[in-house]
Ligand binder design. Sequence first.
Ligand SMILES: O=P(O)(O)O[C@@H]1C[C@H](O)[C@@H](CO)O1
Ligand code: HPA
Length: 324
Amino acid sequence: MAPINADVNGRQAYVPVKESLPEVETENGKSANGYSYETLLETANFLLSRTSIRPRIGVICGSGMGSYWKEGSLAESIEDADCVPYEDIPNFPVSTVEGHHGKLVFGKLEGVPVVAMQGRFHYYEGYPLWKCCLPVRVMKLLGVETLIATNAAGGLNPSYKIGDIMIVRDHINMMGFAGNNPLHGPNDERFGPRFPPMNKAYKLEYRKIAKDVAKELNIENIVREGVYTCLGGPNFETVAELNMLKMVGVDAVGMSTVHEVITARHCDMNVFALSLITNECVTSYDDAEANHEEVLDVGRMRQDILKKFVSRLVHRFAKETISP
Ligand SMILES: O=P(O)(O)O[C@@H]1C[C@H](O)[C@@H](CO)O1
Ligand code: HPA
C-alpha cells in the first residue's frame, strides 16, 4: 500500500502505513536482522556434526592476530584442532580481507574447549551488521558462554604506544548513533530481549583477571584499559574525525568488535575484548598515513605475547567464571 501524507503539527508529513513495511517480515527464513533461529540452529548442528569439541569459549581473531601467519599464531596453537572453512558452513559469509584466513578452528587451549574464528567479517566488506555478527549467534547455539573478541586498532590516547594491548572497558557505538545496529529489525526473544542493557557489556571480573594475568606474564607495562570505537571503514579516519573522537573520550579506533559485543550481550554471553594498538592515529596533517601493512606487521610482532595472554585468559575465565 502506498504511503500517505498526514498533517502533523500543521505540516504535511510523509507517514508510511503499517502494511508498507514488508521488509521487516520473515522471508525465506531470513528477517531484516538476520537468519531465523531455526536456520542458525541448522548451522550450529552442522558444525557439531563436524567436531567432537563442545566449545565453552569463543575467540574472534583480529587483523593479523592468529589469522595471517600460520606458524605460531593463537589459532594455530589450538590443540586437537578441527578446522572448518567458512565456505563449507551453511549460511556463513566468507572472509575477503588480507589477514583473515576464513575458517573456524575447534580445539583446546590450555585444556579448555574453544572455537576460534580465524578471520572475522567487517561491515566495509559489504556485509550488513547482522551478518558480520552471525557467527556470534552460532557460537551461542554451540554452547559458548564467553566471547573473547580481539582487534587491531589505532591508538588515539596520546600515552598509548604501538604494540600496547588495550583491555576494552567500554565502547562508543558510532554506527549505532546513525541507526545502524546488528539488532535492528524484528526481535526473536529466543536470542534475547528487545531492549538489552549495555552498561556492563565488558565483564568487570574478566577485566580484573586480565590485569592479574598481565602481571603474571610481566607485560603490565604494555597493558592499558580504555574505550574503543568502531567506524564503518574501510578508509582510515580524517584528522578532524579523530580529534572529535578524542574529545568524546575514545582511546582506540577500529572497524569491528562493537556490533559483535552487542550481539553477544543480547544473547547473554560474557564478554571480554582487547585491542592491539597497531598504529598511532594520525591527528595532524603532517604525520605519516595509516596503512593496513603496518597493522599486520604489528600483529606479527606481538603474536607470541597475544597467544600467551589469550591462552591464560581462557584458562582463568573457564576456571573462575564459567559453569562446570
Ligand atoms: O578485524 P580488525 O578489527 O582487527 O581489523 C582492523 C580494522 C580493519 O579491518 C583493519 C585495518 O587495518 O584492521
Ligand atoms: O587507525 C585505525 N583506524 C581504524 N581501524 C584501524 N585498525 C587498525 N588501525 C586502525
